[in-house]
Design a protein around this ligand. Structure first.
Ligand code: NAD
Length: 369
């Protein structure tokens, strides 16, 4: 089977779906790879490294499987022929996704977001691999926007207290943010509505903030809070947030607008010079004063809402994503692909009795499979 890697076209997207190391691993399984010229440019990977890994440079859109990072544009969809498989972030839960267009074009779409979050599929879990990048980068952003040090410093000119960092929403990004804040020498505290997260928070050396709300939902995700719970949570957080130098928010509820955790009053209560980094900007933001994609200063507090942070670390972002993509491709191959060095050609034969493939495939019905 032939896998095509286009150059990403959406604004600011610097990642690429496959990196040379993963290309050579796939070729070892009997897969052929064609890469669009310049596809790796955003991640600083020249064409020559792809050819050295065994890929051809050419038209990726006519391959059997097209692998992408960002959801395809209408123009990109028009370049893919019926019966082709497309793997990438397809935004299946968003109202303005292009899944209907993929269906109409007869393209079999596999959404990385729809891969079931079970142990066996962890190696394919791109939401997690990219959330790690976001959580890490959010802390660096907070540190660089902050007027204060993160670590405790004892100097001849005096002693500086460590920064206090509160992370609201402790999924994959939140846990990475807590760990990164600790590594920088900050004092980290985590809060979530899923009580099971408390042990994970403590395991990275952070403190757990308990507000007495349990909103654990299906599949390890949170459910949306009731009106009463939301008011109780906002009031409790207004009190808690006052003492923190940095607040990082990552709270999401699948398919819903981001929960509003940080009110305008909470921001007003923070000491001027403090920083809020809101990672939920794409779905409206966790902070009432967030302006998605912007950095604003309100009541002396800097509020950043970066969009698509993983694209700001294209090298490691792509490396991890490429591993997720190749693991999914291997699962679609007959018998996991040809053995290393056997010279056999890999055959694509997705088995939909496998819950991972059945879950990931979002436009299967049209093909009648
Ligand atoms: P997410 O991005 O959907 O949400 C981030 C966090 O926000 C979650 O922890 C959620 O509980 C929290 N949140 C939602 N509403 C909130 C509110 N009102 N107040 C405070 N916090 C709120 O989460 P995620 O990072 O995708 O992780 C979700 C779950 O999936 C976790 O349990 C994680 O351990 C699990 N997971 C499993 C696998 C696997 O087994 N393959 C892989 C990754 C994640």
């Amino acid at each position: 089977c032939l896998v095509g890697v286009p150059r990403e076209s959406s604004d600011g997207e610097r990642r690429v779906a496959l990196v040379p190391k993963i290309v050579s691993a796939l070729i070892g399984k009997g897969v052929d790879v064609v890469v669009e010229s310049g596809a790796g440019m955003g991640a600083l990977i020249p064409d020559e490294l792809y050819t050295a890994a065994g890929a051809k440079i050419g038209d990726p859109w006519t391959a059997d499987v097209v692998v992408k990072v960002a959801p395809p544009s209408t123009d990109e969809i028009s370049r893919i022929s019926a019966g082709t498989r497309l793997i990438g972030f397809l935004n299946p839960r968003s109202a303005d996704n292009r899944i209907a267009e993929l269906e109409a074009a007869g393209i079999e779409g596999y959404a990385m977001e729809a891969i079931p979050r079970i142990s066996r599929a962890q190696v394919m879990d791109a939401l997690s691999s990219q959330a790690n990048v976001s959580g890490y980068k959010a802390v660096l952003l907070a540190a660089s926007e902050s007027t204060r040090f993160f670590p405790m410093l004892t100097t001849a000119a005096g002693t500086v207290k460590p920064a206090t960092v509160l992370v609201l929403g402790v999924g994959v990004a939140g846990l990475q943010a807590l760990a990164t804040a600790k590594r920088l020498g900050g004092r980290a505290t985590g809060y979530d509505v899923r009580p099971e997260v408390a042990d994970q928070v403590r395991s990275v050396g952070a403190q757990w903030l308990d507000l007495g709300i349990d909103a654990a939902g299906e599949g390890g995700y949170a459910r949306e809070l009731t009106e009463d719970e939301r008011t109780k949570q906002q009031r409790a957080l207004e009190d808690a947030i006052k003492g923190f130098d940095v607040v990082i928010t990552t709270a999401l509820v699948p398919g819903r607008p981001a929960p509003r955790l940080v009110t305008a009053a909470a921001v007003e209560g923070m000491t001027p010079g403090s920083v809020v980094v809101d990672l939920a900007g794409e779905t409206g933001g966790n902070c009432e004063l967030t302006e998605p994609g912007q950095t604003v200063v309100k009541h002396g507090v800097t509020i950043c809402s970066p969009l698509n942070l993983p694209a700001s670390m294209p090298e490691h972002g792509s490396e991890l994503y490429a591993k997720n993509i190749s693991a999914l491709i291997e699962l679609m191959l007959l018998d996991g692909g040809a053995g290393e060095g056997t010279g056999k050609v890999a055959v694509l034969a997705p088995d939909f009795s496998d819950e991972v493939l059945a879950g990931a495939c979002v436009t299967r019905e049209e093909r009648g499979a």
